[in-house]
Design a protein around this ligand. Structure first.
Ligand code: HEC
Length: 452
């Protein structure tokens, strides 16, 4: 224990003693400290941890939130956005489903409470000596995974270049490019997508890619990388990877929107991080696969004016599987989706549920120890909600019928699921391994919970 920690422990103990001796109730203590919530001591650390990554002068957020002077005018708006959980962007329903994610950026109830108290008490600065030292924010030129994985990408695959017009309609760019620079098969551990900086980042609405491979004359496609606001990278679960080999191609699907300034020669790049050549992972992932949330294109997806609707897609898994991530995709009328499993033994479990906001494409990456393990025969039910009323702020016209289609004004609804498939031997191994890990972490397994 260092001196500082020992000192805080002493302070903590003396507070306890004060409670014991003078009979202060904990409620009184917290009510008393409510007025003392300050920017310097309480709010700045929260903004550093959860907001500044985007809200810095070069980030994707519309304003910088680094200093008290920058934050103060936004205080009421910040109060609103954090208490409705619109910010930070994390739209998982906290009341149902698995809640452990690798990329969770949400605030705790206590943090939200602190921000609300701070704004309600006049948003004071407090003692400037309490301010945490400012953080350095990486520029949009850097790979974000570089700091997480400790090295730059092992291979960079660029798209072909594209000229984005200054004004006009959205543009699509769908080149297919060779993955160059591979001597043999390599296993991808993680990937990240990066448009050019700064202009490319501003014009790129999304940039996704799939790996294309021709096997026995047949084209195979695996969902690979995604870039949308809030979603630059993917990390596969431990010991799991996606294999790429010479001859494979990346098939891009890039959506640009004009920003009033021409952007010439825009190129997006995907950075690949590999497993060591002599230590390939045990398991292969199928990548991101699309699961529909309605029965067929023309059936069901007809949403009358001024109405709400629900559709469901039902998928029976033909193989044992593990889901490591999910991402909601809808257009303007959809408001969210849930993912539910009905196991072969009849047990029903909601795996996740998230709201949909058209400007955010967030992939929710499960922590490895909770990534659902689903025996073959498990039924996945994807439920989607739609709001074609004026209460939906994104709805362009609540008085029209909405049908299924690709155009932005039509509706679409599917869930992108990061999934891997296993034979029975592999699956048994993974189930046993999971039980071992949960025991090690001191977490009861699903079976035991059921009994209790
Ligand atoms: C992943 C990036 C990201 C993070 C993290 C993030 N924001 Fe934002 N924020 C945005 C973007 C982009 C917008 C504008 C688009 C939108 O509202 O969805 C925005 C909008 C806002 C707005 C509304 C501004 C306006 O003019 O309407 C507020 C207030 C805000 N953020 C505060 C916060 C706070 C406070 C946090 C942390 C607790 C935070 N944000 C975390 C990216 C982010």
């Amino acid at each position: 224990m260092n001196r500082h920690a020992r000192f805080s422990l002493l302070l903590g103990l003396s507070a306890l003693v004060a409670v014991a001796v003078f009979g202060f109730s904990p409620e009184k203590l917290s009510a008393q400290s409510a007025g003392d919530v300050t920017f310097a001591a309480d709010v700045a650390p929260i903004l550093q941890a959860s907001c500044q990554e985007c809200h810095n002068p070069e980030g994707v957020g519309p304003m910088s939130l680094l200093t008290y002077e920058e934050v103060r005018p936004w205080a009421p708006m910040i109060r609103e956005k954090v208490s409705t959980r619109e910010m930070p962007p994390w739209h998982v329903d906290k009341n149902v489903g698995i809640q452990q994610f690798k990329n969770d950026v949400s605030l705790s109830d206590g943090e939200i409470e602190k921000i609300v108290q701070w704004v309600d008490s006049g948003a004071p600065l407090g003692n400037p000596a309490d301010l945490p030292p400012p953080l350095e924010w990486p520029s949009g030129e850097d790979w974000r995974l570089e700091s997480l994985l400790g090295r730059p990408p092992d291979l960079i695959v660029p798209s072909t270049s594209f000229d984005v017009v200054a004004n006009g309609l959205d543009q699509w760019h769908t080149p297919v490019v060779e993955i160059e620079g591979l001597d043999g098969p390599r296993w991808v551990l993680a990937n990240e997508t990066k448009p050019s900086y700064p202009l490319g980042r501003r014009v790129t609405h999304h940039a996704n890619s799939s790996v294309l491979r021709v096997v026995d004359g047949e084209e195979q496609r695996a969902g690979f990388s995604n870039f949308g606001i809030g979603k630059p990278y993917d990390i596969y679960p431990l010991n799991t990877g996606m294999m790429v080999q010479p001859g494979d191609q990346l098939s891009w699907n890039i959506h640009y929107y004009p920003i009033g300034q021409e952007v010439i020669g825009e190129v997006a790049e995907v950075g690949l991080w590999f497993y060591p050549e002599d230590e390939p992972p045990q398991f292969a992932t199928a990548g991101d696969q699309s699961f529909g949330s309605y029965r067929s294109d023309d059936q069901e997806m007809v949403i009358p004016p001024n109405s709400r609707q629900i559709t469901q897609g039902i998928h029976v898994l033909q193989q044992n599987a593990r889901i490591h991530s999910f991402r909601v995709h809808e257009h303007l009328i959809g408001t969210g989706q849930s993912l539910e499993a009905v196991y072969p033994d009849g047990r029903v479990e909601i795996l996740g549920k998230a709201g949909w906001h058209p400007s955010w494409h967030i992939t929710y990456l499960y922590e490895d120890h909770v990534a659902p393990l689903l025996p073959k025969g498990t039924v996945l039910i994807i439920t989607a909600w739609y709001d074609n009323t004026e209460n939906n702020p994104w709805n362009p016209d609540p008085n029209t019928w909405v049908v299924h289609g690709r155009r932005t004004g039509d509706e679409m609804s599917h869930m992108w699921i990061g999934i891997s498939y296993f034979d029975d031997g592999q699956f048994e191994y993974l189930v046993a391994e999971r039980e071992r890990v949960l025991e090690e972490l001191g977490i009861a397994t699903a079976g035991e919970e059921d009994g209790g």
